[in-house]
Design a protein. Sequence first.
Length: 410
Amino acid sequence: MYSKSEVIQFTEQEDVKFIRLAFCDVFGVQKNISIMPSELARAFDSGISFDASAIDGFTGVIGSDMFLFPDPSTLHILPWRPSHGRVVRMYCDIRYPDGRRYENDSRGILLRAVERAARAGLECRFGAEFEFYLFRTDENGAPTGIPYDSGTYMDVSPMDRCENIRREICLALEQMGISPESSHHEVGPGQNEIDFKYSDALSAADHAVSFKTAVDTIAAQNGLYASFMPKPLIHESGNGLHINMSLALSGQEGTEAFPEEKNAAFMAGIMHRIREMTLFLNTCEQSYYRLGEMKAPRYISWSRENRSQLIRVPAAQGSYRRIELRSPDPMLNPYIAYSLLIHSGLDGIENGMKPSEQADIDLYDADKETLARFGKLPDNYREAKETASGSEFIAKYLPPEIIKAYENRR
């Protein structure tokens, strides 16, 4: 957790030659501008300008001058860059020329959700389980669609040829101050999973963006292509992003004393709004090919230790107690997704919501009469857009320009 002066001192002492000022467009794609160390003080004091009209979902050409203000607490060395003439990266807040926060900055949207939770005396913590495929590339470096190996769930070498790539990724993340908990081969050929220790919402979202950059970069350095698409191989397991959430009283480390009824109300709030926010958790046409098969949920339900449900309550104790949302996929913008989950959960607490009765059945083998008792996620991309478009909840917490950008995306 660096201060501004410590960042400047760090760059002088550690042979830093380039500073990347990073942010995301409204769809969660990372962007950046590089500055020299001599410009760092100016960046902290007055910001570095950029053309916001060239970024997806941002403003038009009128009033398009925006400024990036780096957050010194997000300083990380990029370990895949040279050790001499180092490159560091910081995430930024986006502001208007007069200093006001830019309302379409998704990191700022999450900050507002975090502040709302803090006013209620709560902290929402997030951990993520990312899945991705590794594909071979051709002689020009273009992806071929041929998986890197034919391994299956939790295989070992030599069936699992991806283990060294995952090792490089995990070591790089550790050097960046990000804590992976575990990694393994997933069900599909060339498919992998890396899981993260929980952290506060803003750090977790920053780490999610950093993780995807690390995977893309290290895969490319090994002559491979990493795909986070929800269903890159139509007959194989899709890529999910299981989001683990836990609540704590602000300023407390553990969650053991947290009232169970508030946990239940938080979960009920998410279930109540899940259809309306699905567009922002499953953000492309391909997302809806994944849902409803191979352990990806279709119905709005919950249960303990049951992977056919939308929300699973894993067997865990103490600070590892959590709920696991299983519908999202890795193409989402984590800042927007986490903010909507926080707001819906807090609405659940404030309104004293109660979750439906837990569904202790395998929904993949259930008959039509049983399934008819449950609500469903949107069946396709079009339905997800229509549901979000008519939602008062979404309109309350997301700026209209962001909603429009998602509705118009193909």
